[in-house]
Unconditional design. Structure first.
Length: 239
């Protein structure tokens, strides 16, 4: 089986969590696209759900399948969001943003009762950072912002190549929110929380691709079958 087959397996497993009447967040990316496709088949068969897409690409796919859509302003509280990840570790810390939708993905995830991550086994890592970290920045003063990202990341113990993501036309990639993205090849991120806090201090940074403390469950499909990882919200809480 191919990685794409495993992505579809994970998506099919996540679909079992969907119930009639749910308000769903629909993720972005190749794995999430499988979930949207499978959900569309269920909707065609009579399932009634209301969904908020995390990108214009996901919106177009869902609309083409007849999935009933809303906005987060109209439906600000969601029951469940299903999304993919570029990397996840054993603590369900994630790197997302490879598809350029990290801002909307994080907003939608934060408004959901549950965030379920679906992935093939190659996305599971011991330490985050092999996949470049996406940092969404405003266009104004982007060079100055890039320099600040480099400096504060260094202070957080992360260094490496930082580049402005290019689109298909070789011009800077522009997100659905009208911003640029920096791809930061830091390598191993030993302290994701420290890096996250450092990046939040930079005025020109809109959001970064570290998703910490958001995922409730991960469904990972691979040659050994399907593995589920659950967040342990009580870990370290001894008070």
């Amino acid at each position: 089986m191919t990685p794409d087959d495993f992505k579809r397996q994970a998506a099919a497993e996540a679909l079992k969590l969907v119930e009639a009447g749910m308000r769903l967040g629909l993720g972005t990316g190749s794995t999430a696209a499988h979930f949207v496709e499978l959900l569309g088949a269920r909707v065609k068969a009579g399932l009634d759900v209301l969904c908020v897409p995390t990108s214009e690409a996901t919106r177009a796919q869902a609309a083409s399948l007849g999935i009933r859509l809303t906005t987060l302003d109209e439906t600000p509280e969601l029951d469940l969001t299903v999304d993919g990840a570029d990397e996840l570790d054993n603590d369900l810390r994630l790197i997302k943003g490879g598809g350029g939708a990290l801002l909307r993905e994080k907003i939608v995830a934060a408004t959901s009762d549950r965030l379920v991550i679906i992935a093939d086994a190659s996305k599971r890592v011991a330490t985050l950072g092999a996949f470049p970290l996406a940092v969404e920045i405003v266009r104004f003063g982007h060079i100055a912002t890039t320099n600040m990202v480099r400096d504060l990341a260094n202070e957080a113990g992360c260094s490496g190549t930082i580049g402005l993501r290019a689109g298909r036309d070789r011009q800077p990639f522009v997100t659905d929110g009208g911003n640029y993205i920096l791809d930061c090849a830091f390598g191993a991120i030993e302290d994701p929380e420290m890096l996250d806090e450092a990046l939040k201090m930079i005025p020109g940074v809109v959001e970064n691709g570290l998703f910490l403390g958001l995922a409730d469950l991960a469904i990972v499909a691979g040659p050994g079958g399907i593995l589920t990882l659950e967040a342990n919200w009580d870990a370290g809480d001894d008070e």
